[in-house]
Write a protein of this length. Structure first.
Lengths: 259, 150, 298
C-alpha cells in the first residue's frame, strides 16, 4: 500500500470562499440543490446546511460576537469526510461496497451500494447521505480518480489560502503541529488539532485545526465505532430470546403428563 | 461627494440632512459567491445554491426595534426607490454611536436582478447618482435609508 | 447544540421509516409464530396441534411481507441481491458480524425451515396428496430437529434487529442494549395474540387457547420491565423521547400496548379485544423504536 494520504484543514486561514464546495461539485458533477433554486437558510453565510449525498464539502460559518461587540470572531471551517483509520461506515456496510483504498482512504463503490443506509446511521460524524440521482450512498472519495492519476484532490487544489492541505498524513501531522505551536506562540492558545492522533478512531486521515470545542463545529467530542455496541446488545438480545423461549416452554408444559 | 449639474435630475433626489424619513445608513457590498450584478453568476446553479436569495443584514438591536425576525421580508427605501429583501439578523452589524446618538447600519449585497435561476430586487436602485470628486466615478455606496417589516 | 447529551447526537438519521416498521412487525410475528408452534409440537400437545398448524402456515406469508418491505426500503431495490452475493466476484457474501448481512442469510434459512414445517402442516391438514412431508413434523427425530433449529432461527429473526440498530451511531439505538429483548418479547406476545384471535375466529376450544393468554400477558409484563430498563439506560439521551411526537407515541404505546391488555388479561375479560390491543401495541412499539431518534440532532 502506498503511504496514507489525507487532508489537514487549517480553519484559522479559511476565508469562507466556498471554492472547495464548487470545485468538488464540478469535478464530481454533483447536482445543485433544487437546480440552484433553494432557499436562504438564515444561518450566517451557510446555505448548504450540511454534508449529504450531493454536498461532499460543506463550509460552516460560526458567528461568535459578544453582545457589546467588544469581542468577536467569525469561524469558518470546511467540513468533509474524515476518512477514519477505523471507519464506522466501512465496518457496517453489508454489501462490501465501502472499501479502504491503496491510499488509506475510504471510498464507497457506487456500482455495489444498494442504498441500505446502514452507513448513514453508522458514521459518527453524519457525513454520508443518499445521492438522489444515483440513489446510492455517496460521500467524499478524496478524489480517488484524481489520486490514481497523480493529481491532488479538487478541493485542496482550489483552496486559495491553503486552508485545505493535501499530502501524506505523516507529513501533514508534522506541519499541523508546527502550525499549532506557531498559533500558541502568537497568543492564540485555543488552537488545537482534532483527530490528528490515533486516539480518535485510530486517527482521522482528514483532520482539523480548530479554535473552539468540537461541538461548536458540530463535531462529536468523543466518536466511537458502532461495533463497540454490538457485543453487549447481542448478549442482552440472547438473554431476552432465552426468556421468551422459557415463557413459551413453561406455560405450554403438559402438567397432566404422567411421569 | 460631487454632484455634477447634469446629475441634479428628477430621478435623483437626495435626502435632507437628518431626514427622519430615512434614519438608517445603508451600505452596499459584495458576496464571494456572485459577481457584480449577478448577470452571469445567477445562471450558474453551483453558485446560486451557495447564495440563493437577496438579503440585507441588520443588527439584532435594529431587528428588535422594528419587530423583524431572521428571514422576515423587509422593505428598504431611500429617496429614490423601494426594494424588498429577506432579513439576515446578525451581530456582525452593530449600531454606530455618532455624536451621542445611535445610528443603525444596514448591509446590502447588490448581486440580484430580474433574470436568472434566482431573481431579486435591484439593490443599486436605492443609491444616489453621485460621483467622486476626482474622476466622477459612481460612488453611491453609502446612503441613508429606512427599513420596515413587510 | 453545544449541550448535546452524547456524541451520538452529531450523527444523521437514515431514512428508515414505515417499511422498516413493517419489516420489524411481520418479522417478529413470523419468529414468534414459529416458536410457539414448535413448542406446542415439541412438548407433545396433541390437542393443540391445530394451533401449531396455523402458526407454521403463517410464517411464510409474514416473511414474504417482510421481504418485500426490506427490498423496497433499499434506495436501489433492484440491487437487493448485493446483500448476499459479492458484485465483482459473484461469490456468496458472508459478513456475519454485520447484523444486516447475517440477518439476510438467517432470513433465507428460516424461510427454508418455515417451508418444511408448512409442508408438514399442510400434509397433516390433508391439503396435499403427498404423505412424505408428515415426517417433517414432530413426533419424530426429523420433526424435532427441524422444530428446534427453526425455533432458534425464529428467535434470532425476532430479536436481531436490536443488534442491527445498535450497530449504528444514532442516539437511543446505539446507546442501549435493550431494544433486542423488547422486540423478541413483544414478538412472542404478538404471535400469541394472533394465534388466539385465529382460534377465537374458528371457535376452537383448545386448552392451548388459555395458555396463549398467559404467555401473552407474561411476555408483555417482562417487556414492560425491559422498556423501563431501556429508558433508564439511555441516560441523557432519553431527552430524545421528550419530543411531542415521541411522547404521544410512548403514551399511546403504554396505554394501548401494555396497560389495557394487561388489565383485561388479569380480569380474564375482553380476550379478543386484549389480543387486538397487543398487536396494535406491537406495531406502535416498533414505530417508536424506528422513529424515536429522528429529531435527535445537535
Amino acid at each position: 500500500m502506498a503511504e496514507p494520504v489525507g487532508f489537514f484543514t487549517d480553519t484559522t486561514v479559511c476565508i469562507g470562499c466556498k471554492a472547495c464546495e464548487v470545485a468538488c461539485k464540478q469535478w464530481n458533477q454533483l447536482p445543485a440543490t433544487e437546480g440552484g433554486q433553494n432557499t436562504l437558510s438564515g444561518d450566517s453565510y451557510d446555505n448548504t446546511r450540511k454534508l449529504d449525498g450531493t454536498h461532499w464539502r460543506h463550509v460552516q460559518f460560526i458567528e461568535q460576537f459578544t453582545e457589546d461587540r467588544s469581542d468577536g470572531r467569525w469561524l469558518m471551517m470546511s467540513d468533509v469526510c474524515k476518512h477514519c483509520v477505523q471507519a464506522g461506515c466501512l465496518e457496517v456496510c453489508p454489501t462490501n461496497a465501502i472499501i479502504r483504498t491503496e491510499f488509506d482512504t475510504v471510498v464507497i463503490q457506487s456500482d455495489v451500494c444498494n442504498g441500505c443506509k446502514a452507513c448513514i446511521a453508522a458514521c459518527p460524524f453524519g457525513v454520508i447521505d443518499i445521492n438522489p440521482v444515483s440513489n446510492t450512498a455517496q460521500k467524499c472519495t478524496l478524489c480517488y480518480d484524481r489520486l490514481q492519476n497523480g493529481l491532488e484532490p479538487a478541493c485542496s487544489k482550489a483552496c486559495p489560502t491553503d486552508s485545505i492541505q493535501f499530502g501524506s498524513v505523516k507529513e501533514l501531522r508534522e506541519r499541523a503541529a508546527t502550525r499549532v505551536q506557531q498559533l500558541h506562540d502568537g497568543g492564540e492558545k485555543r488552537a488545537y488539532l482534532y483527530g490528528a492522533d490515533e486516539k480518535m478512531l485510530g486517527g482521522l486521515n482528514s483532520f482539523f485545526l480548530l479554535v473552539d470545542r468540537p461541538e461548536v463545529y458540530k463535531l462529536p467530542p468523543d466518536p466511537k465505532l458502532p461495533s463497540s455496541n454490538v457485543p453487549m446488545s447481542a448478549l442482552v438480545s440472547g438473554l431476552g430470546a432465552l426468556v421468551a423461549a422459557a415463557i413459551a416452554l413453561v406455560n405450554f408444559r403438559n402438567r397432566t403428563k404422567e411421569p | 461627494m460631487c454632484i455634477r449639474d447634469s446629475w441634479k435630475t428628477d430621478g435623483n433626489p437626495l435626502a435632507d440632512v437628518a431626514d427622519p424619513k430615512f434614519p438608517y445608513v445603508g451600505t452596499t457590498y459584495r458576496l464571494t459567491e456572485h459577481y457584480l450584478s449577478g448577470a452571469m453568476s445567477r445562471w450558474n446553479p453551483w453558485l446560486t445554491e451557495l447564495m440563493p436569495e437577496l438579503f440585507i443584514e441588520l443588527s439584532p438591536e435594529l431587528a428588535t426595534e422594528k419587530g423583524i425576525a431572521n428571514l422576515d421580508w423587509v422593505k428598504i427605501s431611500s429617496p429614490r426607490a423601494q426594494v424588498r429583501a429577506k432579513a439576515l439578523v446578525t451581530r456582525r452589524l452593530r449600531p454606530l454611536q455618532i455624536d451621542g446618538s445611535t445610528v443603525h447600519h444596514v448591509g446590502m449585497p447588490w448581486h440580484w436582478g430580474y433574470e436568472g435561476l434566482t431573481t431579486g430586487d435591484i439593490m443599486n436602485e436605492l443609491t444616489p447618482l453621485v460621483g467622486d470628486p476626482n474622476v466622477s466615478i459612481h460612488e453611491g455606496k453609502a446612503f441613508v435609508c429606512n427599513v420596515e417589516k413587510g | 447544540m453545544i449541550d448535546a447529551p452524547s456524541s451520538a447526537w452529531f450523527t444523521v438519521h437514515p431514512d428508515w421509516h414505515w417499511l422498516v416498521v413493517t419489516y420489524f412487525f411481520f418479522g417478529g410475528l413470523a419468529g414468534g409464530c414459529y416458536v410457539l408452534a414448535a413448542v406446542i409440537d415439541l412438548l407433545g400437545r396433541e390437542r393443540d396441534r391445530p394451533l401449531a398448524r396455523v402458526g407454521y402456515l403463517s410464517v411464510l406469508p409474514c416473511l414474504a411481507i417482510s421481504g418485500v418491505a426490506l427490498i423496497f426500503d433499499l434506495s436501489r431495490p433492484d440491487r437487493f441481491w448485493h446483500l448476499l452475493v459479492e458484485v465483482h466476484t459473484w461469490r456468496p457474501l458472508f459478513q456475519l458480524w454485520t447484523p444486516l448481512n447475517a440477518g439476510a442469510w438467517v432470513l433465507l434459512a428460516f424461510s427454508f425451515f418455515a417451508l418444511l414445517s408448512s409442508l408438514a402442516a399442510a400434509a397433516e391438514a390433508g391439503w396435499l396428496r403427498w404423505r412424505a412431508p408428515l415426517r417433517l413434523r414432530s413426533p419424530g427425530v426429523a420433526g424435532a430437529a427441524i422444530a428446534v433449529i427453526g425455533a432458534l432461527l425464529g428467535l434470532y429473526v425476532a430479536s436481531y434487529e436490536g443488534a442491527l440498530l445498535a450497530f449504528t451511531s444514532r442516539p437511543i439505538w446505539s446507546e442501549t442494549p435493550f431494544i433486542g429483548p423488547l422486540l423478541v418479547l413483544t414478538a412472542l406476545s404478538m404471535a400469541a395474540a394472533y394465534l388466539l384471535l385465529f382460534g377465537l375466529w374458528r371457535r376452537w376450544e383448545l386448552p392451548g387457547m388459555r395458555v396463549l393468554q398467559r404467555i401473552d400477558a407474561q411476555a408483555l409484563g417482562v417487556a414492560l420491565l425491559v422498556l423501563v430498563a431501556l429508558v433508564v439506560s439511555l441516560g441523557g439521551s432519553a431527552r430524545a423521547l421528550l419530543s411531542p411526537i415521541n411522547l404521544l407515541l410512548l403514551a399511546a404505546l403504554l396505554v394501548v400496548g401494555f396497560i389495557a391488555p394487561l388489565a383485561l388479561r388479569m380480569r380474564g375479560r375482553g380476550v379478543a379485544v386484549a389480543a387486538v390491543l397487543v398487536l396494535v401495541g406491537g406495531f406502535l412499539m416498533r414505530t417508536l423504536i424506528v422513529f424515536s431518534p429522528y429529531g435527535a440532532s445537535a
